[in-house]
Design a protein around this ligand. Structure first.
Ligand code: ADP
Ligand code: LRH
Length: 499
């Protein structure tokens, strides 16, 4: 323990966790990062009336428990960092108080708004000026929805804080806007590298809400005296890391080749590659890829894929019916089920909203003239094979856009605990999959703290530290990956011409 520990809070859409990172000197001067999980809590959407919200105050409470626990266990972290899912935000009033409960990005308020905003601004302009795949959850549509609903919250709001900045504010009293999260709003101009105030004005979004972005790796301030007193802890420094979880995860990919391909695999699947700047060609727009600001002056060219959300939701239903089936069991049952019996397009919009997921999978299969999954195992197999095929398509698109050829795929995130999915991906791609680390977002979060504290020079050194510290499991294609070619053709047909 002692003076070198840092604390990372990684909040995903399904769970939040607190992890301690400690730099250790090994024999021969090799440094490694030792990571210990000290607190974990569930996170989910709360239905209130017609809306879906995050339980922000409970998240704050759980973070406080994490800080308390870090000191109770004797780690005495010198700093802490927070990374979360993208796009969501809270609004502060003139007295600095949080206005209402922040919306969950799956709130139905943004339905149909991509087309509406596109008819005002033009699709090409929206992409060129925002850099992102046009997805209904992007902050721009959430704010436009509030404006359309004449939300009084928007009228009294003085400052908008994206989720990690909001949580940091509740702990420090300091308001900042961290760059990587700013780039998930679609209101940040990727070429000018500043807020797109003209676009905000056109849509009735008050530009005054937005603070100038700060670089990942900037100190925010210490815990407030009130928080210190409540928890009985010293003034730990809060550092703005790569506060978008996806960017923290990419920072922790232990790749040697700078032109690597990655898949951040959790609730969402983000497949992409790292570039020095945004890639805003018409082809990129057509392929529906995003340009998200990363740490270390990078831009991430990536595709947002619906991901394990679909399986998570099916499991939630089975659990609620009393089946209480673990992910391990589900994976075993999927493995024992017939291959390629039915496929879905994971990015079909019906899978986006929570609830009724089993029925949605069945109806998708029935409507497309396929066998309908009958068991948990068949359902899981259908979802996992479909995801692996979607990863192949996204990887091929990324190669087409960048002219790069990827010899392998790095997979990180909670989803790699599903080794069946890793093996399926290796087979579908007919390329090796390097899986690890699982807790990439939390580790990337720690790396940015270490850089800010001067204990690690830069992103390249940070990635070498990850490579030296965590095992990576390589899944090689099984040799009969040709079996995946016909299903891939079937899969592409299901998606029609869509990229
Ligand atoms: P997020 O950060 O978006 O909340 P995670 O990166 O924690 O998501 O990944 C959660 C996903 O990981 C779950 O939806 C589940 O599919 C998968 N997962 C978690 N634990 C296991 C496990 N033991 N075996 C297989 N899959 C798992
Ligand atoms: C993954 C993620 C992803 C999207 C979504 C809202 O956790 O951050 O990059 O932005 O959540």
């Amino acid at each position: 323990g002692g003076a070198s520990a840092v604390l990372a809070f990684d909040l995903g859409a399904s769970s939040g966790r607190a992890l301690i990172g400690e730099l250790a000197e090994e024999a021969g001067g090799l440094r490694t990062l030792r990571v210990t999980e000290i607190h974990r809590f569930s996170n989910r959407a709360i239905h209130v009336g017609d809306h879906l919200h995050w339980d922000t105050l409970r998240l704050l409470h759980e973070m406080k428990q994490g800080i308390r626990q870090a000191f109770k266990l004797g780690y005495a972290p010198v700093s802490l960092g927070i990374d979360t899912w993208g796009v969501d935000f809270g609004l502060l009033d003139a007295n600095g108080e949080l206005i209402g409960n922040p919306y969950h990005y799956r709130d139905p308020q943004t339905e149909g708004l991509i087309d509406e905003v596109a008819s005002l601004v033009g699709r090409e302009e929206l992409f060129r000026q925002g850099g992102l795949q046009l997805m209904a959850f992007n902050t721009i549509y959430q704010l436009y929805a509030m404006r359309k609903a004449n939300s009084p919250k928007l009228d009294i709001a003085k400052t908008l804080l994206l989720t990690p900045d909001l949580l940091a504010y509740l702990l420090t009293g300091v308001r900042v806007c961290e760059f990587t999260m700013a780039t998930t709003t679609q209101l940040f101009h990727p070429e000018r590298r500043k807020w797109n105030t003209e676009l905000m004005e056109r849509l009735g979004i008050p530009p005054g809400l937005f603070l100038d972005p700060i670089r990942p790796g900037t100190a925010i301030g210490p815990l407030t005296p009130a928080v210190q007193a409540e928890l009985g802890v010293p003034p730990v420094e809060v550092i703005a890391v790569g506060t978008h979880d996806t960017e923290s995860a990419v920072a922790a990919v232990p790749a040697e080749d700078p032109e690597f391909a990655y898949l951040v695999c959790g609730t969402w699947s983000l497949l992409g590659t790292e570039l020095p700047g945004p890639h805003l060609t018409p082809e990129t727009m057509e392929a529906e890829f995003s340009n998200e600001g990363g740490v270390g002056d990078t831009y991430q060219l990536l595709k947002n894929i619906m991901g394990l959300w679909i399986l998570q939701e099916c499991k939630r239903e089975w659990d609620e019916r009393g089946a209480e089936i673990s992910f391990e069991q589900l994976v075993a049952e999927a493995e024992a089920s017939e291959p390629f019996r039915s496929l879905i397009d994971p990015d079909d919009s019906r899978f986006y909203a929570p609830g009724g997921m089993n029925e949605k999978v069945r109806s998708y299969c029935a409507e497309t003239g396929q066998a309908v999954p009958r068991t948990e195992g068949e359902t899981a197999r259908c979802i996992l094979e479909s995801l692996a095929l979607r990863y192949r398509q996204a990887l091929e698109l990324a190669e087409g856009l960048t002219g790069r050829s990827f010899m392998a795929l790095h997979m990180v995130g909670g989803g790699i605990q599903n080794k069946l999915l890793c093996r399926m991906t290796a087979d579908a791609l007919n390329r090796p999959v390097h899986a690890g680390p699982v807790e990439a977002s939390a580790i990337g979060n720690m790396l940015l703290q270490l850089i800010a504290l001067g204990r690690c020079a830069d992103l390249a050194e940070a990635r070498r530290l990850v490579a030296a510290s965590f095992p990576v499991e390589t899944h090689r294609p099984s040799g009969d990956s040709r079996r995946w070619n016909d299903p891939y053709e079937r899969f592409k047909k299901l998606r029609g011409d869509r990229p």
